[in-house]
Design a protein around this ligand. Sequence first.
Ligand code: NAD
Ligand code: MG
Length: 399
Amino acid sequence: MTAFQRVVVLGSTGSIGESTLDVIARHPERLAVYALSAYSRMQRLAEQAEASGAAVVVVPDEAARRQFAAAWSGARPMPEIRVGAQALADTAADPQCDSVMAAIVGAAGLPAALAAARSGKRVLLANKEALVAAGSLFMQAIRDNGAELLPIDSEHNAIFQCMPTGGRALAPDAPAPGVRRLLLTASGGPFRGRDLEDLHDVTPAQACAHPNWSMGRKISVDSATMLNKGLEVIEAHWLFAMPAERIEVVVHPQSVVHSMVEYNDGSVLAQLGQPDMRTPIAYGLGFPERLESGVGPLDLTRLGRLDFEKPDLARFPCLALSFAALRAGQGACVALNAANEVAVEAFLAGRLPYTWIARVIEASLEWQARQGSVTLGSLDDVLALDAATRAYAGNLGLA
Ligand code: NAD
Ligand code: MG
């Protein structure tokens, strides 16, 4: 890795994007922003581009281009504005950049994340949906093109940090020697102690009020249903080449232990820290060195205790559906993710009751299973199944 990195931040106006820019700004001697992208909030994108000195911004359409230009203050020359999904993928592969933070939400981020992998970049992967939808393709692209993959999701970053030093491969194709199991911690979200029947009328604001983490709305709802943990089990399966039966979810309400690796000799290594995404982001940007992230020390005596419990699959059907999808195969994983995106969007828009998110996913998985086996050998294959599932889920009459 070159000492000085020029970084593309895909999804810069989001929660992960903002935290990434915060860490980059702390290290002008070794990190610079090359390009930023956003789907909405052009005013904020213009402020970010001005503060970071980005050379390029990528926006979704011509209307956004005009909004960006109108929002530009004129204090500096305006960055080059690129438009559309192809420009997004091209920018992720741009020879002018070294590292790509993939922080777009949803499968919409897959083509650009894959383009970064195919062009041999250091890929900082926050966009877990990309891996859920196209794990095999994505990991192969990392390996084939000499790219580096650093997991940013806090659990996977923790596991990466706890892996044996020699086995800390950036895209392994077999489980690390000596590792027995991965223990993924889950906060349990805002509805941890509640019965499923009580949750029918919960509002988007209640579902998005995460007890420990401040995040985008989609992942906040996913945390409430624990579908997020299901996506993370699938993500861990691909990142660490680990079979489903060697990945265990442990509910840990304080979100201080970010995850653990259990070894054959009975040792369990854990990574701890405050629940602040700047820690895994700084780890990914600095790897193998450690960078100051702006995150303060962990005061364990003030915390006093750490609790752990088993997840209740009956109260969190989305977690059970995720394990089922992982066992069923890649087509099911694409369907799981796409159906969830449709359902969560409908829930956030007030069109779907909270408890029906799991129903939409379950029906979509059954639909996908009826399609028989699918070939998912290319990005187009994955995107076609993703689109077909969205159409099915959207027509269920629920969403
Ligand atoms: P967010 O909603 O706050 O931000 C999403 C970003 O993606 C925004 O910049 C938005 O403009 C852009 N975007 C949205 N739709 C797009 C589209 N169709 N095309 C192009 N760009 C689009 O989300 P977030 O919380 O920052 O999460 C981003 C990703 O990181 C998600 O995959 C999430 O699961 C993952 N992640 C987030 C956290 C967290 O703490 N927020 C932690 C772990 C993993
Ligand atoms: Mg996570």
